[in-house]
Design a protein around this ligand. Structure first.
Ligand code: CLF
Ligand code: SF4
Length: 474
């Protein structure tokens, strides 16, 4: 890899502090480089935690059952621990002492962070006093948002997510049966019109105050899937920073309207096809994990159960040492990672007449191919072509291997989930699953174990399609 660095020129300074991706100014990079949701690159290194302090909600979404989590930002079906601001502050300090990757505190349901504003505000203010460098991030359905934008700006909350599923009230009415606004309950198209107007107003007001806005949209086949192309254009015009198109999660067991009426969610390939159609509009987030409202950890892992209130010590005080040490290590490592990406790109440019392929990678994070096939609970999927390696999403699976034996049912699920994928790269795979994957047309290799992901994919691709990129791997 060092030779490759010399060949391609280092994308970052020698101390490893990258100026950020080419599609972003250094100032913008500074604002997002530690936020695991606002930067795909950051999600390899940094963690978020959510505290569920704001349980009340002022609207009803057809994909939500409020007995569970807020489906705008979380996977429904798992009950969260509801906290008061006192408990939340204690929990954040305990996590910050134990999880050095922690960089963001989010309030993301169940309920609406703006409707329950008093609790949201108190929690953020008190945490900021204890841990001033923690980024504050809130997620809202947008109905009450315009009332609090000035306070949000005063509190230096730099990241706000609004869930916008439609800009057409007729479509919105199929998603929202009612909203509670101005002391009364509204239904039908009128309810949706009020909500959508307030969402757009909130977006404009945040952008006017230079706050970064991410728009989340739940993709609901047959209801708003095609319409999300217009949503993407509209939020771009209003200045949204990022658009996150998330698949509807629908299961009768969740007791939601959509779950009970048989509304299906989209397949991974349908999500990808829609995301590809909106390329060129608002920049897309493709690495969302639809995490729980009490999630803790790097995206894709959830350490929430290690930090339930009953496990926390009586008193906690913040010790910044571990987080500071971690940040200095990351500064070096991410510079190295950025440089290998550039090297991979340069080597791929030498490959001729090769197809565009999807490659699934088993990783436990850190940007490396570092997980056994049988231990994966998700695969990160990358598109590779002579033009480069691009992250396109992740696919959750049931873990195949438990204590040395493979689960048949899990294997079949993996094959179905990896639809459209040509090759799996992982740290280790046994001959039996490798042969079985081959039989259904998916190659698997552990020849690039512990490489940086982009470098490993590029090396594999270049080897498959005729060149020998000897310098690519670390
Ligand atoms: Fe939480 Fe949301 Fe902030 Fe991230 S999550 S409040 S922006 S810190 Fe992230 Fe989770 Fe996806 Fe949300 S992966 S569900 S986008
Ligand atoms: Fe549920 Fe969140 Fe919608 Fe409220 S905004 S109904 S909590 S999904």
């Amino acid at each position: 890899m060092r030779a490759s660095l010399a060949k391609s020129g280092c994308a970052s300074s020698s101390c490893g502090s990258s100026d950020g991706p080419a599609d972003m100014s250094p100032e913008m990079w500074e604002r997002v480089k530690d936020h695991p949701c606002y930067s795909e690159e950051a999600h390899h290194y940094f963690a978020r935690m959510h505290v569920a302090v704001a349980p009340a909600c002022n609207i009803q979404c057809n994909y939500c059952n409020r007995k569970y989590d807020c489906a705008n930002e979380s996977r429904p079906g798992v009950v969260s621990e509801r906290l008061d601001p006192d408990q939340a502050v204690k929990k954040v300090i305990a996590v910050a002492n134990e999880v050095p990757q922690l960089s963001v505190l989010g309030i993301a349901g169940p309920g609406d962070a703006c409707y329950d504003w008093r609790k949201t505000k108190e929690t953020f203010e008190r945490v900021s006093k204890e841990i001033p460098d923690l980024k504050l991030c809130l997620s809202t359905n947008g109905l009450a948002l315009p009332d609090y934008v000035d306070e949000i700006a005063d509190m230096a909350i730099d990241h706000v997510t609004i869930t916008i599923n439609a800009i057409d009230p007729e479509i919105g009415a199929k998603i929202y049966p009612w909203v509670f606004y101005d002391h009364r309950r509204w239904t039908g198209v009128e309810a949706s019109r009020i909500l959508l107007e307030r969402q757009m107003l909130g977006l404009e007001m945040l952008v006017a105050r230079d706050i970064l806005v991410k728009v989340n949209s739940v993709m609901i086949p047959g209801i708003n899937d095609a319409h999300l192309i217009e949503v993407n254009k509209a939020v771009k015009e209003k200045g949204a920073f990022l658009h996150n198109i998330m698949p509807l999660i629908s299961d009768p067991a969740h007791g939601t309207h959509f779950g009970l009426t048989g509304q299906r969610g989209p397949t991974p390939m349908e999500v990808k096809a829609l995301q590809d159609k909106v390329e060129g509009g608002t920049k897309l987030m493709r690495h969302c994990r639809q995490c729980r409202a009490d999630a803790v950890g790097i995206l894709g892992e959830d350490r929430g159960q290690e930090f339930t209130m009953d496990q926390l010590p009586e008193t906690v005080s913040y010790d910044p040492a571990r987080r500071e040490e971690y940040r200095s290590v990351v500064a070096t490592v991410r510079g190295e990672h950025a440089a290998t990406k550039e090297a991979a790109k340069a080597d791929l440019a030498e490959v001729r007449d090769a197809p565009v392929l999807l490659v699934a990678v088993a990783t436990r994070g850190g940007g490396r191919i570092n997980l056994h096939f049988g231990h994966a609970q998700e695969f990160q999927v990358f598109e590779v072509s002579p033009g480069g390696v691009t992250f396109v999403g992740h696919r959750k699976v049931e873990q195949y291997c438990h204590g040395g034996h493979g689960e048949e049912r899990a294997f079949d699920g993996i094959v179905e989930t990896l639809q459209g994928v040509s090759t799996v790269l992982c740290a280790k795979i046994g001959e039996a699953p490798k042969d079985r994957l081959e039989k259904v047309g998916i190659k698997a290799s552990d020849a690039h174990a512990f490489d940086w992901i982009e470098a490993g994919i590029a090396a594999w691709y270049a080897a498959e399609y005729g060149t020998q990129p000897a310098m690519l791997t670390a």
